[in-house]
Ligand binder design. Structure first.
Ligand code: MGD
Ligand code: MGD
Ligand code: SF4
Ligand code: MO
Length: 755
């Protein structure tokens, strides 16, 4: 009987952050299952979690760098790859300057400790404003709304799922997604528990998802109109005298009367016409929220990335979610919407408690369309035109890290063409896929099991305060750098450093800078201490890279040992002694300390959002127009886990769902291949007729379309599906957040006419 090793590792695939128990022997994974002793997930796991083994073993996963030459991607040594990058990236920067280089950061970089700590170093070293990410096809509206209201874009309250009595959930389907900006392993179980303890769950969604099916009520809203629904709910609360902010919040609140005035025009009767939800239902939803002892409103993808026609309303909808939580007295109280207190790296635990410089957008604009910067980045949909439009500051080089924008962002075919015009492109990725096939150099990260992990980002949005560190499960194959080393070397090259030289100085500087900012802050436990001494102390363990940075963040964080100030405080050593994580307890109130507005207040009526209500005032819908929304599937993960056989086997998931009435009207049948078109693009896709949709709405998942040439995705290309983002328009945005309209745009469906 061989001795089996057992390691514990947080799953990095989605935001739920489940604990995994990984059995392995001599470098081979034998089994992965849920870690029953994990302090947060208690054994919960979804079908994707155990496929970290298949991902690790996938023969298509890249194991050495690729360089494009002789008309194909050839395997090269790491040294060769670095030399090519130093040469060609250097040439672009020397000829065209630093603003000619762009970076696109994809979603898995938010799940990587290396990327969370070293992407910033890459960006700083490049010195470019040309920053793009998946945030502008995702959650940016939440950052904008919370940024304006609370002063920090990271101050996003989460529904206190374990204690609430009433949850109103809009545009989220945790039965498939397992939750987002609300880190909660077994989210579906937590919804069930709300109902079991006598509470109520209401789901607002154009589709009767599994989440809606399991809820007390499904409200079949017309896509893109959540802002109107929420405004009308607020209107109704003001009209019926149901506002009750509570003393705790009221002491820190401004703008309540402005909000009352601003929503006065959005009556439930008006919302009924736009949203397709009865005025009486809207009033009842508002009363239920006001009456529940403890309630929370939670809005996600369906509220942040939807629109009517080409107008997105993500920021407005996200703001109105905050408004409803506040005016019903549910902000910052148990069972309501609460601010987590992250143990490490939390933006809301830095700086001066209760005060800051607030939030603004538009400190710079894109060259071509003049779109405003938001959180230091530009809309993902601006990338293609910034490459193809001639002129001074045209983009000439691109670095992608863990991103697949050719499939994930609107009009990916246009981006694909644009990428061909670049002088140079580098991708840090696991696969040769639809995006990275355009790269001159692809640098493979080690597999997830070969890296240490701590959810620096997602634990900032967790429904309990927890800390959980996982060391790497397997050793990296010889010569394979860690992901942070890849990023650090890119940074080193960007500053003109030796492409083959040691990374020690750069790493030490990064750690020193982190300590320095802590030492400077009068609210830090290490305020005024000697940086060199702290650096020596934290380096004594021999840790380097992200692990050392994490140790610094933990020790200087709100639960940390403060470098000797609190005996039982958190350190990385302490987390290593707790492989199932450390539970830091349920969420606790954080007002006013969490606020970062100049005023030190919650600003309920930020001028840009009040002004944006004008757009909502003007919007109207055409009842006969078919509109499209997306959907997620439990066994899929955006565009990139389709090369795992066990996940894509069975009935193809990339189908177009349509209501029977809509199908009958168009003479299209279940199982037939139909033409799905917008004014500018079309795809052919298999029809699935189902009454689970609101009539007038069709539904197609995103992330498919693996039939492009020059990729290395054997399994995925055998089940390619179609790319729904060919239909989404790069012109359709939420103006305040630069976020794309991925849901609610107009489409037509017709039978395929035989040639
Ligand atoms: N129509 C429509 N479009 C959407 C959405 C939608 O709902 N509808 N959803 C949007 C959302 S929410 C998101 S977040 C985006 C995602 O958009 P992206 O982040 O651009 O794309 P992903 O599909 O997540 O692709 C991730 C890439 O990272 C690579 N990768 C995976 N793990 C790692 C790793 O650990 N390190 C490195 N270096 N690479 C890794 C994969 O091989 C893949 O190339 O898509 C968006 N696009
Ligand atoms: N299995 C799986 N899990 C994932 C992912 C994945 O691709 N697959 N992706 C991960 C990522 S990156 C993210 S960001 C999260 C997203 O997690 P969620 O925010 O839960 O996203 P979805 O599951 O797409 O659910 C969005 C819901 O909004 C509905 N909707 C569409 N338009 C509208 C609208 O206008 N109004 C309302 N009210 N609803 C609307 C859709 O029908 C859908 O049910 O999931 C994460 N988890
Ligand atoms: S729910 Fe998310 S974190 Fe949990 S096992 Fe599945 S993919 Fe991993
Ligand atoms: Mo996302």
């Amino acid at each position: 009987m061989p001795v089996t090793d057992v390691s514990y590792r947080t799953c990095p695939l989605c935001e739920a952050s489940c604990g995994l128990e990984v059995s392995h022997h001599e470098g081979r994974v034998l089994r992965i299952r849920g870690d029953r002793e994990d302090v947060f997930s208690h054994g919960f796991i979804c079908p994707k979690g155990s496929t970290l083994r298949q991902l690790h073993e996938d023969p298509d996963r890249l194991r050495s760098p690729l360089v494009w030459r002789n008309g194909r991607h050839e395997e090269v040594t790491w040294d060769e790859a670095w030399a090519v990058i130093a040469d060609r990236l250097g040439a672009v920067m020397a000829t065209h300057g630093r603003q000619a280089v762009a970076v696109y950061l994809g979603n898995p970089s938010a799940h990587s400790l290396s990327a969370m700590t070293y992407n910033r170093v890459v960006l700083q070293s490049l010195g470019t404003r040309q920053r793009y990410s998946a945030s502008t096809v995702d959650q940016m509206p939440k950052h904008v709304a919370c940024g304006y209201v609370y002063g920090s874009p990271a101050a996003i309250p989460v529904p206190d799922l374990d204690r609430t009595d009433h949850l109103l959930m809009l545009g989220a389907n945790p039965h498939a997604s397992n939750g987002s900006l609300c880190t909660a392993p077994d989210f579906p179980g937590k919804l069930e528990a709300i109902r079991q303890r006598g509470g109520r769950v209401v789901v607002v969604d154009p589709r009767r998802t599994r989440t809606a099916e399991m809820a007390d009520e499904w409200v079949a809203i017309r896509p893109g109109t959540d802002a109107m629904l929420l405004a009308a709910m607020a209107n109704s609360l003001f009209a019926e005298g149901l506002i009750d902010v509570g003393e705790h919040v009221n002491a820190h609140l401004t703008g309540l009367q402005q909000v009352a005035d601003a929503v006065a025009r959005f009556t439930p009767e008006r919302a009924e016409v736009l949203c397709g939800v009865d005025a009486s239902t809207i009033r009842r939803l508002a009363r239920e929220l006001a009456d529940a002892p403890r309630a929370a409103v939670y809005g996600r993808m369906g509220t942040t990335t939807s629109g009517v026609g080409d107008e997105g309303f993500g920021a407005l909808a996200s703001w109105l979610v905050e408004v409803l939580n506040i005016v019903t007295g549910n902000l910052d109280r148990p069972g309501g919407a609460m601010f987590p207190l992250p143990a490490a790296g939390g933006a809301t635990t830095r700086g001066t408690p209760g005060r800051g410089s607030g939030f603004r957008i538009g400190r710079s604009q894109t060259r071509v369309r003049g779109l405003p910067e938001v959180m230091g980045e530009y809309p993902a949909v601006a990338l293609a035109e910034e490459i193809t439009t001639p002129g001074e500051a045209r983009l000439r080089a691109l670095i992608t890290v863990a991103g697949n924008p050719v499939l994930s962002t609107p009009a990916g075919h246009e981006l694909s063409r644009a990428l061909e015009e670049l002088d140079f492109m580098v991708s840090v990725d696991l696969y040769l896929n639809e995006t990275t096939r355009h790269a001159d150099v692809i640098l493979p990260s080690p597999s997830q099991l070969e890296r240490s992990h701590y959810d620096l980002l997602l634990l900032q949005f967790a429904v309990r305060n927890v800390a959980n560190y996982s060391p790497a499960v397997l050793a990296r194959q010889s010569g394979q750098p860690d992901e942070w080393e890849i990023l650090a070397r890119l940074a080193q090259i960007a500053t003109g450093g030796d492409p083959h030289g040691s990374l020690t100085d750069l790493d030490d500087t990064t750690a020193r800078e982190l300590l320095q900012s802590s030492v400077r802050s009068e609210f830090s436990p290490v305020h005024g201490r000697d940086v060199d001494e702290l650096l020596r102390e934290v380096s004594a363990s021999g840790r380097r890279g992200p692990d050392r940075l994490l140790d610094i963040m933990l020790r200087t964080g709100p639960f940390g040992d403060g470098f000797g100030r609190r005996a039982d405080g958190l350190t990385l050593d302490l987390l290593l002694e707790h492989p199932h994580g450390v539970d830091l307890g349920p969420l606790t109130p954080r007002l006013p300390e969490v606020l970062r507005n100049e005023s030190g207040r919650i600003e309920l009526a930020p001028e840009p959002l009040i002004a944006d209500l004008e757009r909502l005032d003007r919007v109207h819908v055409d009842d006969d127009q078919l509109v499209m929304i997306g959907r997620r599937d439990l066994r899929s993960n955006n565009s990139w886990m389709h090369n795992i056989g066990v996940l894509v086997s069975g009935t193809p998931r990339c189908t177009l769902q349509m209501h029977p009435d809509d199908a009958a009207r168009r003479g299209v049948e279940h199982g037939a291949v139909v033409r799905l078109a917008t004014a500018t693009a079309s795809v052919e896709v298999t029809l699935e007729v189902t009454d689970s949709l609101r009539p007038g709405v069709v539904c197609l998942p995103h992330g498919w379309g693996h039939d492009l040439p020059d990729t290395r995705l054997t399994v995925a290309s055998g089940q390619p599906g179609v790319n729904s983002n060919l239909l989404a328009s790069p012109r359709s945005l939420d103006p305040l957040s630069g976020t794309s309209v991925l849901n609610g745009f107009a489409v037509e469906v017709s039978p395929l006419v035989p040639a």
